[in-house]
Design a protein around this ligand. Structure first.
Ligand SMILES: [Zn+2]
Length: 449
């Protein structure tokens, strides 16, 4: 990707945004910018035109009065502004181009992925497990504004059953990327240790992967929930099947971190989720990622996707043998996507809170940045309106993660804004037409071409 336009501030700095020091970045955030003639999405609907002042890293919506003389004026007539999206289910620092593994959990790789998310219009990302111990240090730096790119949140390593999901061998996982407690007391201890080190939520894997590994027992899930709630942390559960979802919700889990993909959800579980306020993150793209690139090799010509891919992945996607192998095992994944869409619509219609995530970064095929824009499209295909999908990706996900300072466009919120060339409510694919990204009121990325 390249910067389509260099901003005034960047021209002054004489450096690409990627190399600005934190001190320089803060100085830039202090320089006020007036966005004029802005139509913006407030988390529910498109409104404006209005004048938005970005000063001190936050937003002020101005009336008809004049702006401060010092503000640089940017005319956004004909363009659309959305709050930066919030990815509530990602994995950061685990994959690198076409491979994945513990060796990629480095400061350099995590920072590069946080920058990529931000350039694709994602201002915060929760890394929902598989994080090495360095996570806790990077999370603290990100919270303090000392790390570039999207805000890093997450669950630390997460907790699964001994010999259970996530499978260590196939996923190339080291022992410090997942805690595998042997009994409920050890589960409670594991949750407490993570809470002491600093996490935003707790992740557990319930899934028995089609009875190939031990599924998490109700006792273990309840132990995780009790310990997490005592520390005021929510619990997110990896599930695939309806029965696993029911086990999780009955155990008191707060978030189903994937959609239900084996059967249509029943009225009983819908009612239970509504009563308990359980959140639902469908991650429709996780299964589509297994075949979409094999279905259409021409997709690698799409500049928006290419900007998110390394050379290894582009080569793989164009390899006929690789494509044939992916297509040969795609049928169950297509079924997963079909059922996931049906269930998202049912869950959403039932008034159950939905948040946004794709599992991007969990494997090389779950392409960070691209996956999120594709997920919006899949949510609309499932029957949600573009405004509903975008509201889930912004305001609702901020609510889930307790990010009261962002997720909408309002006075006093962080100026994490994405300028689009066209109206995303007219066509959700217009979220890809990024003109510019602001992070805390500072221009941090341009068009993706
Ligand atoms: Zn995941």
């Amino acid at each position: 990707m390249r910067l389509a336009r260099r901003s005034f501030a960047m021209a002054l700095a004489g450096l690409p945004f990627a190399r600005l020091s934190p001190a320089r970045a803060q100085a830039q955030a202090a320089a006020p910018i007036l966005l004029d003639n802005v139509r913006y999405f407030d988390g529910r609907a498109m409104t404006g035109p209005a004048r938005l002042l970005m000063a001190g890293g936050t937003i002020r919506i101005l009336g008809a009065g004049t702006a401060p003389d010092a503000a640089q004026r940017v005319d956004l007539s004909g363009r659309y502004v959305i709050p930066a999206m919030i990815a509530a289910h990602s994995h950061i620092g685990h994959a690198s181009d076409a491979t994945s593994g513990r060796q990629y959990y480095t400061r350099e790789n995590v920072e590069a992925q946080l920058r990529r998310y931000q350039a694709f219009g994602i201002g915060a990302a929760a890394s929902l497990g598989l994080n090495a111990p360095l996570f806790h240090e990077l999370r603290a730096e990100s919270r303090a504004g000392r790390l570039p790119g999207a805000l890093l949140l997450g669950a630390g390593p997460g907790l699964g059953m001994p010999e259970g999901a996530p499978p260590a061998g196939p996923m190339n996982l080291a022992d410090d990327q997942v805690i595998r407690p042997a009994n409920p007391a050890a589960m409670r201890q594991g949750v407490n240790d993570l809470a002491d080190k600093g996490i935003d939520l707790v992740k557990v894997w319930i899934d028995g992967l089609g009875d190939t590994v031990p599924q998490m027992t109700p006792e273990m899930a309840r132990a995780a929930v009790e310990a997490a709630h005592a520390r005021r942390l929510k619990v997110a559960a990896h599930i695939h099947d309806l029965s696993q979802a029911r086990l999780a919700v009955e155990a008191g889990v707060d978030i189903l971190a994937h959609g239900i993909r084996d059967k249509e959800i029943d009225d009983g579980l819908l009612a239970l989720m509504r009563d308990r306020g359980t959140w639902y993150i469908p991650t429709i793209q996780i299964d589509e990622a297994e075949y979409i690139y094999a279905d259409d090799p021409a997709i690698t010509e799409d500049p928006f996707l290419r900007a998110a891919l390394g050379p290894g992945m582009i080569g793989r996607m164009r390899d006929p043998a690789w494509r044939a192998a992916q297509l040969g095992r795609a049928a169950p994944r297509r079924s997963d996507v079909r059922i996931n869409k049906l269930n998202l619509k049912r869950v959403h219609d039932a008034g159950i809170p939905v948040a946004f995530g794709t599992d991007s970064g969990g494997t090389p095929l779950r392409v960070q940045g691209f996956a999120e824009h594709r997920e919006l499209e899949l949510m609309v295909e499932a029957g949600l309106t573009p405004a509903q999908a975008l509201g889930i990706a912004t305001a609702r996900s901020a609510e889930l993660l307790g990010l009261a300072d962002r997720g909408s466009v309002r006075d006093g919120l962080r100026a994490d804004l994405v300028v689009l060339e066209a109206d995303p409510l007219a066509d959700i694919r217009n979220t890809r037409r990024i003109a510019r990204v602001y992070g805390a009121g500072r221009e941090v990325a341009g068009a993706i071409t």
